[in-house]
Design a protein around this ligand. Structure first.
Ligand code: SDX
Length: 392
């Protein structure tokens, strides 16, 4: 209705767009990418296939997938000057802040990625960022570890290449247990898209002004950083470690989580859309047991996590509010078992979410969506006369 502004804090009941990419049913705990069940994709596809599916709408055949990977590898070089920007950061800088800055900086070295008026320009910008983003992500870790900045290895798959860039050591032969790459690939698939979550809405909003793809993605990385969103995977492990240090009394922390005056929240629990189990959490929980078993890793916080989950599912504060474990509750336990440092957990989320952000940005541009510009309910001062400084 023209002129009537409805206030909807956090857009809880607002649809911002029509999209054909991801389907969620929060009540039934259903998640599908382009109509394919997340359970099938996590089991049967690999991450690059899922990236292609999300962005272009169909599962690729063999030659399409090979061309896609070839084009990405052709664009995986990052300009040497970008290293000077990285040098400017203190070692203590959070990797998400570094990644957001470097992602935006890529625009300066790839100016043609801004005006994507043709399908070809759009494709070129997309393969550029799919090739360069993993390098930037690996560099945020290598900076922290004072390791030399490296480049990808074209002979490897997309995910193994990422792992090698993160973990190879000078003078040491790189090899990795295939179970690690398989676990990483599955985790990246599970994080690949999630309809109009905070960071994806941010990518769409920034992109709706026709700012370039890399600037839009940089904004998405910043939004994902927050502990209420992607940053929760780091916050979960820090919370579980805190409970372990405190003696492992999960009941005490459940009470704190329910106490309105206590800022403590059960990180990794609750979701805006899922009012049932997050289907990704189910798969990740199962995978956590498998991966830790395969790698022979014992992690005491896994038992604490399971204890918290069990108690929450029997506690009416959580049951009444339909608070279940979400994607971030168990993912950190696997990342840790894979040797990924906790401050890199949200970077791993960003690496998974990259194709989803790209797909949503591409859909928004192809549908020529209008610039995002919501209204407000004004609750400030009525008109008042100006008072000169001497009289204030
Ligand atoms: C992700 O949107 C997406 O799809 C995101 C994501 C994706 O793939 O992109 O799924 C990824 O971000 C998952 C969520 C990760 N965040 C966390 O785990 C942080 C902890 N969770 C909460 O902060 C919260 O549940 C949110 C942010 C996830 C959802 O927030 P909402 O929908 O705004 O819900 P709310 O804060 O209004 O909470 C509703 C009630 C409140 O109690 P009452 O005021 O009704 O008494 O539930 C309570 C909250 O206090 N509550 C919690 C809680 N989460 C909600 N109480 C204790 N611990 C929690 N974790």
């Amino acid at each position: 209705e023209a002129g009537v502004i409805t206030l909807d804090r956090g857009y809880k009941n607002t649809g911002s767009c029509e999209s054909a990419i991801t389907f969620l049913d929060g009540e039934k705990g259903i998640l599908r990418y382009r109509g394919y069940a997340i359970e099938d994709l996590a089991e049967k596809a690999d991450f690059l296939e899922v990236a292609y599916l999300l962005i272009f709408g169909e599962l690729p055949n063999k030659e399409q997938l090979e061309k896609f990977h070839h084009d990405i590898k052709e664009e995986s070089q990052v300009d040497e000057e970008v290293k000077k920007i990285l040098d400017g950061f203190p070692k203590a800088a959070h990797p998400m802040g570094v990644l957001s800055s470097l992602t935006s900086a890529l625009t300066a070295f790839n100016p043609s990625s801004v005006d994507v008026s043709s399908e070809e320009d759009m494709y070129n910008a997309i393969v550029k960022i799919l090739g360069k983003f993993p390098v930037l992500a690996a560099w945020t870790l290598r900076k922290k570890k004072s390791l030399p900045l490296n480049y990808g290895d074209d002979s490897l798959g997309y995910v193994e290449n990422l792992h090698k860039m993160m973990f190879e050591k000078p003078g040491k032969k790189y090899d990795v247990d295939p179970a690690v790459i398989e676990a990483l690939d599955k985790l990246l698939i599970l994080h690949a898209d999630h309809e109009q979550n905070c960071s994806t809405s941010t990518v769409r909003m920034v992109g709706s002004s026709h700012a370039g793809l890399f600037a839009s993605l940089s904004a998405g990385v910043s939004a994902l950083w927050g502990p209420l969103h992607g940053g929760a995977n780091q916050a979960v492990i820090e919370m579980l470690e805190g409970i372990k240090e405190d003696g492992g009394d999960t009941k005490k922390f459940m009470e704190k989580a329910k106490d309105k005056d206590d800022p403590f929240r059960l990180m990794g629990f609750g979701h805006r859309v899922y009012k049932n189990f997050d289907p990704r959490a189910k798969i990740i929980k199962k995978s956590a047991d498998e991966v830790l078993g395969q790698l022979g890793v014992e992690d005491p916080v896994l038992e604490i996590a399971k204890g918290l989950e069990k108690e929450a599912l029997e506690d009416d504060y959580f049951v009444k509010r339909k608070l279940y474990p979400n994607v971030d509750f168990y993912s950190g336990i696997i990342y840790r078992a894979l040797g990924i440092p906790v401050e890199m957990f949200t970077v791993m989320f960003a690496l998974g979410r990259l194709p989803g952000w790209i797909a949503q940005w591409r859909e928004m541009r192809m549908k020529k969506e209008p610039i995002g510009r919501p209204r407000q309910i004004y609750v400030g001062e009525n008109h008042r006369e100006f008072t000169d400084l001497e009289k204030r």
